[in-house]
Design a protein around this ligand. Sequence first.
Ligand code: ADP
Length: 439
Amino acid sequence: MNRPVDSKAYALLTGIILVSLLTGLIIDQFLLALCVGLAVALGLEIRQRQQLTQWLDSRRAVSTPNGHGPWRNIFDQLHRRQELNRRREAQLLLQLQQFRDSAAALPDALVAMDAGGRLEWCNPAAAVYLGFRSTEDHGIQVENLLRLPTFRSYFDAGDFSGSLSITSPVNPNQQLDLRIVPYGDGAYLLMAHDVTRIHTLEQTRRDFVANVSHELRTPLTVVNGYVEALIDQKEQAPDGWLPALESIDQQAGRMRSIVEDLLMISRLESDSEPHNQGTVAVAALLQDACREARTLSGDRTHQISLEADPLIGLLGNHQELYSAFSNLLFNAVRYTPARGEIRVRWHRDGDGAHCQVSDTGIGIAKTHLTRLTERFFRVDINRSRDTGGTGLGLAIVKHVLNRHDGVLQVNSELQRGSTFSCHFPPARVVTLDQPLQTG
Ligand code: ADP
């Protein structure tokens, strides 16, 4: 690539030297003519270099200078590269504009933040949903623009695997699903999606279930009451009516349990934090639950044992925790054959406190484990119904644990038994000076 340039340079130098020598021969002043010739060659070089330096220094997009001899080649190459760069720059600008146009056309709010969480750019939807202004708010901490404690903790925690649900700071009737995506060199992209419709539907569903359950409660209590009264006077009942009455009683009782469980779930869904939180004496609570479980077991005489540290308390709501632990215990009774073993344990370690309910029952196949806490999910519908199940027990357990920062873990083996473990973080655990009585 450099060879033509070099050969031209040598040819020019040789030409100047030859002309100088010839002139020196004519005027009989070799040395002088040679010096003048070399000075001319040097002058030409300096001029071209000066032109190059001026061109490189020039900030404006001026075209490359006209060169002579070998310099023309250099300037031509520079010119070609300059053109190429111009075309690339124009293409990049076009792509950037296209990206901005498409981001601006998005119905979701998009906010680009630098590594320090400062606003770099945002689309028009960010103004509508969040009240951000791309130019005026440039360089301002997004935490200061979106003054919400929940957003601050979400951003500071740095775990962006989930999203955050907030009410729009601009429109109190708008519900937003906020998500942060880290990208590039420590920068972040904040996205806000309007979920008002889903939120309203969800609220309508919750209200509907709560209202229907509430409305069904009274008629069912009446039906239950009359049927029980009729069964009590079975001697006066016409022949063949007793089995029918008992069936009505059983089915109405089942419906009442479903309604009670649905109402419990509605209460748990209505707010994220339990009311009336205090120190719950878990050991005493489990003693009560075991007593009830023994009654449920009846003549199936399960061996129910409890091993609970009475000095470990839990910060939470007594009624909710009772409901969760007793659901696990009642399931153990219902899905364990007669005289089976059921063990309840409440203990603590470095990871927090743990409540375990183990049984030697029918067990659950691995394929079902992930769906257990879904509402109305049952491995075997008939078995669940026969044992008085509603299909809502584990959904209640999951809700209660969520509200107490707890996690449910299920280990099970078919025909060998199951262990349901509730793990609570250390922040929820209270060390008691002396055993408390049940709340
Ligand atoms: P259900 O009222 O039907 O028991 P749950 O939500 O409490 O509803 O439980 C869901 C399903 O999980 C049950 O139908 C049952 O198939 C299974 N299950 C729950 N606990 C146990 C257990 N201890 N042993 C075996 N299967 C269980």
